[in-house]
Each structure stands twice: as C-alpha cells, then as structure tokens.
Design a protein around this ligand. Structure first.
Ligand SMILES: *Cc1c(COP(=O)(O)O)cnc(C)c1O
Length: 466
C-alpha cells in the first residue's frame, strides 16, 4: 500500500509541466516554483511514510493546488499593506505613522533617481545630507540647531555617548522607563558608557535630589525622560523641566529631555492638550530635546535631536553619527513631512496621524454609520450594531488619553469571532480588528473612507461562504 503510493509520487519535472503550473510560470519564477514543488513532494512523501495518507490513490490535483498556493504566497511581498481597524492610531506593530500623500509623492520622485543627497547644487561641491532638513526643523520647532538619526533610541545613544561618556547622568527614579521593543533607559546608558546617577524615588523626586547629586567634576547632564507609556498617579511629585533647567543653569550642566512622542505643538486642539510639545520643551529652556519621527510628528522612522548649536556640533563630530546616519528615503519623507507643518494650521488636516487623533466624535459617528450601511447585507449571517467606544493613541504615547469613538460590533451567527478574525487577517489585504466579549470590533477612526467598500465586500464575502 505504502509502496504503491510512493511510486505514484510525481517527479519534479512532471509537476513543472502540469498545465496549471506551466500557466503561472510567466509570473512566478522557476526558482520559486521548484522550491514549492520540492516542498510539496517532500511533505507528501513524509505523510505517506508516516501513514497520514492512506488513500487508494494519490491526489495529485491536491498537490498541484498546494504548489500554486505556496508559490503564490512566496512570490508576493512579505511586507504588505493592511487595514488598521483597531483604532490604535500609532500602532507600532502596524508601522506607526502612515504617511501623507504629499510625502509619498516626494518618495516617488527621489527613490528611482540620483539626487542631491550630499551634493551642493550651487557650488557643485560636496554637501551635507543633514542640510536638507536642519533649517526646516529649526523653523518649525524654534530650535537653534538640529540633527537627525535613525530613530529616537539612536538619538539617545548618540546624545549620551557624545556628551556624557564616563560621566554621570542624573535621572529621576520615576523616569527610568522601558519603551516597547527593549529600549530601556538604564541599559542604553550603560551601552553609551555614561554612568547612571539615580535620584529620588519611584513616586516622588524633589529639586533637592538633583541638587544633592550634582558634582561639578563628574556630572555631565541632567536627563529628563518623558514617561511616554505610563503615568504615575496618586501621592507623586515630579521635578518640572523648568525647575531642572534652573538647577542646570546654576551649575552650568546641560539639561536633556527625551520627549519621545514629538508632538510639535498643541494646535489648539483639546485631544492634544495633555501631551508635552517640542516647542514647549525648548521654550522651557531644555538644552537638548529628542523625539521620534514616526510618532506624533507623523513622518518616517527617525530620531530628531534639537537644541543647542554647540552641543549638536559635538554630536555631529562623534563617530556614532556615521553609524546612525539616515537614508535618503527617510530624509526625503522627513523633509516632506516637515513642509506640511509650514502651512498654517494645516498639520491637523494634512498629517494623517494628527488628523485621526483630532477627528471630532460627531464626524466619526457619521463615518461609522456609512460603513455600517455598507455592511447591511451581512446581517443575514451576523448581528451588526453601533457601539460607543474608545480609541487609543498607541505607540507608547498618551497612555491615559481615551478618545471617544463609534465602533461597529460584529457577532457572527455560524462561525466563531476568532475564526472570522483569522480569516480577515488572511485576506489579500489583511484587515486587523479588535476582539472583545465575543464580538469583533471595527473602529473607523483609523480606517480610510476609501477602504469602506473593500471592508464591506470582504466581510460579506467571508460570511456568505460559510
Ligand atoms: C518611543 C520612545 C523612545 C524610542 O523611540 P524610537 O523612535 O522608537 O526609537 C525613546 N524614548 C521615549 C521617551 C519614547 O517615547
């Protein structure tokens, strides 16, 4: 029996010349097809040998189907677009900030061409890649100087290495944070060769704690870290940036602020009011402020350092700067992002992240109704309702802020919520949803209106085939 089935196993060449496989050879490479064919033949052989396949005859059709599936899967991009229906605006696993159309245009213009990355077009001499964004960043934030690296973790690494190697850095015990993806303040300090001087306690730190820790010989910096992803509440006391600046000035020690989220301004919007801003931190007198490009700034992954000209010059000369230097694609996306801030008040309209965060709940409920109407045909197989809910900022930002939203709740009748969720994830353009209390939720805050039809069709399709 076993032997008979083994003899029926097709040869690689037989499968290659199967009409259905030959048919896709135009679009899928021979390498990919061969890999899939060998994989399926091996797996089938194993299944025969272990007795998992006990049929009279080998189902070669099924093998061909499997090859086509594997090869198609293998020949599409691994990194692919998804629809974020979770309502988490800065979803780190889903790539944080989606970029505005004008940024995409700028990327398209540069990606396939030679460009002026390090070329001074006026003199024909070598230029600096950083020059494309320095003035823009200064104009937008009010900082005297700026430097850009790969991400904010890299920015902190550079700041500490360039300004505090073998010296003490004073930090409050309430601010020794861990940000997702293993950015931990004490560890990054150790890596940079600076010495952590913890002061205060978890819940309370006083100005005198900093004063007492300062030693003019050994202290290189007072560091404030924005506790981006958590808040200490209750019996607490924090030394404000202004107070730290006062202490720093008295002892002639620079104050560095790891701000994280990079909200440039409040733009007079209530949803943004509780977060600290880049402009505000510089106004308060911080010597250096660093933040991410892909959090509340709404641009590409980058680490942006702003502040004192002298300190930033020192960082530019440090060898790490070369190792952390950003790519032309990031630079062009960042330049295009920054330009959106120069138009009056348009940042809230033009930067997708800020737009989603400041959407009024009346608008959201209208949008939810639109998607709900499109989903109506699915009511045969599913209970659908609108529910009041909360969206999150995400990206380890503004953890206590909950934004009122309207959710579309789905409760399928014939399949479990988990199965529907998995099927939506497996679709050509995956739809990522929230699940809670045996219901599946779509939060329209993070869904683009042009995707409503795709979402409705996909859900109707999936439920209808059950
Ligand atoms: C997010 C964050 C970081 C890490 O920034 P990346 O750009 O993700 O490297 C560091 N510090 C703070 C306070 C943050 O919020």
């Amino acid at each position: 029996m076993n032997k008979k089935l083994l003899r029926e196993l097709p040869k690689v060449d037989d499968m290659l010349s199967d009409a259905r496989i030959a048919n896709v050879a135009q679009t899928i490479s021979r390498y990919t097809l061969l890999k899939a064919i060998r994989n399926v033949i091996d797996k089938t052989r194993q299944a025969i040998l272990t007795g998992q396949i006990k049929d009279e005859r080998l189902n070669v059709d099924e093998m061909v189907e499997r090859v086509l599936e594997l090869a198609t899967d293998d020949s599409t991009m691994n990194l692919k677009p998804v629809i974020n229906a979770t309502g988490v605006v800065l979803h780190t696993n889903l790539g944080r900030a989606p970029l505005a159309p004008s940024i995409i245009e700028a990327l398209k213009g540069i990606a396939g061409q030679y460009n002026t990355l390090e070329y001074d077009i006026k003199t024909g001499a070598r230029g600096s890649r950083y020059s494309h964004v320095e003035t823009l960043i200064s104009d937008i934030t009010g900082a005297p100087a700026a430097l850009v690296v790969n991400n904010n973790a890299a920015a902190m690494m550079l700041i500490l290495s360039a300004l505090a190697k073998d010296k003490q850095v004073v930090v409050s015990r309430g601010e020794l944070v861990e940000i997702g993806g293993s950015f931990r303040v004490p560890e990054i300090m150790q890596q940079s060769g600076s010495i952590l001087r913890e002061v205060g306690t978890t819940n309370k730190t006083h100005p005198r704690d900093y004063e007492n820790a300062i030693n003019s010989e050994e202290t290189a910096m007072l560091l404030k870290v924005h506790t981006s992803n958590y808040r200490i509440v209750g019996f607490t006391e924090e030394v404000s940036l202004e107070q730290m600046v006062e202490i720093g000035e008295k002892h002639d020690i620079p104050v560095v602020y790891d701000l994280g989220c990079g909200l440039i301004d409040h733009f007079s919007d209530a949803n943004l009011m509780t977060e600290q801003t880049v402009r505000g931190s510089l106004k308060s007198g911080a010597d250096i402020v660093s933040f991410s490009g892909d959090k509340l700034l709404g641009g590409p992954q980058a680490g942006i350092i702003v502040g004192s000209q002298t300190l930033i010059e020192k960082m530019k000369r440090h060898p790490l700067t070369r190792a952390l230097r950003i790519d032309k694609l990031t630079l062009v996306a960042l330049e295009a992002t920054l330009r959106l801030y120069l138009k009056d008040q348009s940042a809230l309209t033009n930067i997708p992240v800020l737009n989603m965060l400041t959407l009024k709940s009346e608008i959201i409920s209208i949008h939810a109704q639109q998607l709900f109407d499109k989903l109506k045909p699915a009511e045969k197989w599913c209970q659908i309702s609108l529910e009041a809910g909360k969206s999150q900022v995400g990206g380890g930002s503004m953890p206590t802020v909950e934004l009122a939203t309207t959710l579309i709740a789905l409760k399928p009748k014939h399949i479990s919520v988990g199965v529907l969720q998995a099927k939506l994830r497996a679709y050509t353009r995956p739809i990522i949803v929230r699940v809670n209390n045996d219901k599946l939720y779509l939060d329209v805050r993070t869904i683009q209106q042009k995707d409503y039809d795709y979402i409705a069709e996909t859900i109707i399709d999936l439920l209808g085939e059950e």
